[in-house]
Design a protein around this ligand. Sequence first.
Ligand code: CO8
Length: 258
Amino acid sequence: MPTNLVSEEREDGVALIRLSSDNPLNPLTDELVDALVASLGRADADPGVRAVVITGSAKAFAAGANVKAMVPLGYSDAFQKDYIGRNWDAIRQVRKPVVAAVSGYALGGGCELAMMCDIVLAAESAVFGQPEVTLGIIPGAGGTQRLPRAVGKSLAMWMCLTGESITAAEAHRSGLVARVVPDGEVVHAAQQTARAIARHSLPVVMAIKEAVNRSFESSLNEGLLFERRLFHAGFALHDQKEGITAFTERRGPTFTDR
Ligand code: CO8
C-alpha cells in the first residue's frame, strides 16, 4: 500500500511515484527506499501501468543517503546487513521504463537514483552532484560506475573527486540528462514522455530497455548479438506485424501487447 513516504498516482498508463518524506530534501532513509521499491514493484506488476515517473519535491529529487544513519554504522553491520545493496539493487530490476523528473538537488544517492532510471529530465535549476568525498566516503550506489558511463571519465572524476555539483544545463550537455525544462514543468514533461512511451507496444518497449541496458554489461559483439536475437524474436509478435502493416497501409497502429 502507498505510504506517507511515497505517493502514487496512475493516469493514462503512467504511474507517478513521488518521494514525499517529511523533509523536502528527501534524505534516502532505508524506509523511504523500501517504500519506493515497493511502489515500483506494484507499478511493474500492474498490467494497467506501461511506464513510470519518479519525482521528488520542488526542493530536491533527493539530497542523498541518510547521512545521519551512517554515523553509528560499523563495517560489520554494513557488510552483514548489505547496507544499500539490500533494497537499492531492486530499483534496477524494474522492467518497465522509468523516467526521473528532477527538481532541485540530486546529490549523492539522489544523483545515483536518477541514474538508475532510464531517462532523466531536469528542471532548469536542478543540481547534480556526488559530494560524498566531502563526507569522507565514496559514492555507494553507482556514482563511480554509472556516472562515467553517462558523462565520461573526466567530468565524472571531477564531480566525484572535488564533490562539486553541475547545473542542469551542464548535465544536459554531458549526456546525464535527456531534456531540461522550465522550473515547475518537469513532472508534466516526464509524464508526457512516459505517455508517449506508453502508446507503444509494451513487449517491444521492454525489449528495447533490456537491449540498451545490455550495452553497458557486454562487449559490442555480444551486445549486437543480443540485439539481433531480440530483433528476430520480434517477428513472433502480433504487434510487430501490426506496426509494419499499419505503416504500409498508411494508418496508425493499434498495439495489443501481443
Ligand atoms: N541525510 C540526512 N539528512 C539530511 C541530508 C542527508 N543526505 N541532507 C540534508 N539533511 C537534513 C539536514 O541535516 C537538516 O536537518 P536538521 O534541520 O535536522 O539539521 C535538514 O535536512 C535541512 O538541511 P540543510 O539545512 O542543510 O538545508 P539547506 O537547504 O541549507 O542545504 C543541501 C541543502 C545543500 C542539500 C544540504 O542539506 C546538503 O549538503 N546535504 C547533504 C548532501 C550530501 O552530502 N549528500 C550525499 C550523502 S552521502 C550519499 O548519498 C552516499 C550514497 C550512498 C548510496 C545510497 C545509500 C542509501
